[in-house]
Write a protein that binds this ligand. Structure first.
Ligand SMILES: [Zn+2]
Length: 269
């Protein structure tokens, strides 16, 4: 399977969606130019499957891969891919982003070498080993009684509201990160945090941790740095958001974990 500048090679599927377009092994080997740009994805029916990372400005689908598929933005096609293909492509995309940004050893600066099928990098000078990373992000729906809080940033599409979110900091528990972010962005004090679900988000390597947090009161104040506006929604309003939106408010699409949190809470009452 091929990834060109972060875009996977896909083809039309019989169900009207798209699916991964697989290449013959010798073609992938030629395109890769060596081990550095190959990632071992595992065995599928006893056959070794690799992903190949292609860079450069010329679209390979107009060159050596003509007629074998097309390169598409993963985020744009995620909902039309089979779930398994989406997961496989998320892995390859995220791993190649890591590879591109970690060519040099973080300890001594020498050029590191690929090892273990692309899943590790080793420094030939200081012998340090480097592993791919996943960056946890907490994303939470603050709730108080029969209403929940969503926020918006000025840069977002008009009327778009979503759950508050932020990166987990070193040394924090998930619950602490949730409480800190709610206090920083909306001046709210969390009293109880419960886990809902997670979602890999390979842009470039996050894991979204979805939470529902009860807060002390409804006196939310936006920080005007990350969040420009906060708004409380009743359950009835959240049901309308899930169904397509209110006249003056929209929620993210169902692919986003924020929408799943809103939906889950809207169905609880
Ligand atoms: Zn080193």
């Amino acid at each position: 399977m091929a990834i060109w500048n972060g875009k996977p090679l896909v083809e039309d599927a019989k169900d009207g969606g798209v699916q991964i377009a697989y290449l013959a092994a010798d073609m992938a080997r030629t395109l890769s130019g060596g081990l550095e740009r190959l990632l071992f994805m595992g065995l599928w029916n006893e056959v070794a499957v690799f992903a190949v990372d292609i860079e450069g400005s010329a679209d390979p689908a107009d060159g050596p891969l003509e007629g074998l598929g097309r390169f598409e933005d993963l985020r744009m096609i995620a909902l039309t891919l089979p779930a398994g293909d989406a997961g496989i492509l998320a892995t390859a995309k995220s791993m190649f982003e890591w590879r591109r940004k970690h060519r040099h050893c973080a300890a001594c600066g020498d050029i590191s070498e690929v090892a273990e099928g692309g899943w590790k990098r080793v420094c030939p000078s200081c012998k340090a080993q480097h592993f791919p990373r996943t960056d946890p992000v907490v994303i939470m729906l603050a709730v108080h009684g029969e209403k929940c809080l969503l926020g918006r940033q000025a840069a977002w599409p008009k009327q778009m509201y979503s759950a508050l979110a932020g990166f987990l900091e070193p040394g924090e528990s998930i619950e602490e990160a949730c409480a800190r972010e709610l206090f920083e962005e909306a001046a709210l004090r969390a009293t109880k945090v419960r886990y809902h679900s997670t979602q890999p988000w390979p842009y470039p390597s996050s894991l979204m941790i979805g939470l529902i947090a009860e807060v002390e009161n409804d006196e939310a104040v936006p920080d005007n740095i990350e969040i420009d506006e906060v708004r409380w929604f009743t359950r009835e309003e959240t049901r309308a958001l899930v169904a397509g939106g209110l006249p003056d408010a929209k929620a993210p699409g169902m692919m986003a974990i924020a929408a799943q949190l809103i939906k889950a809470w809207s169905e609880e009452g």
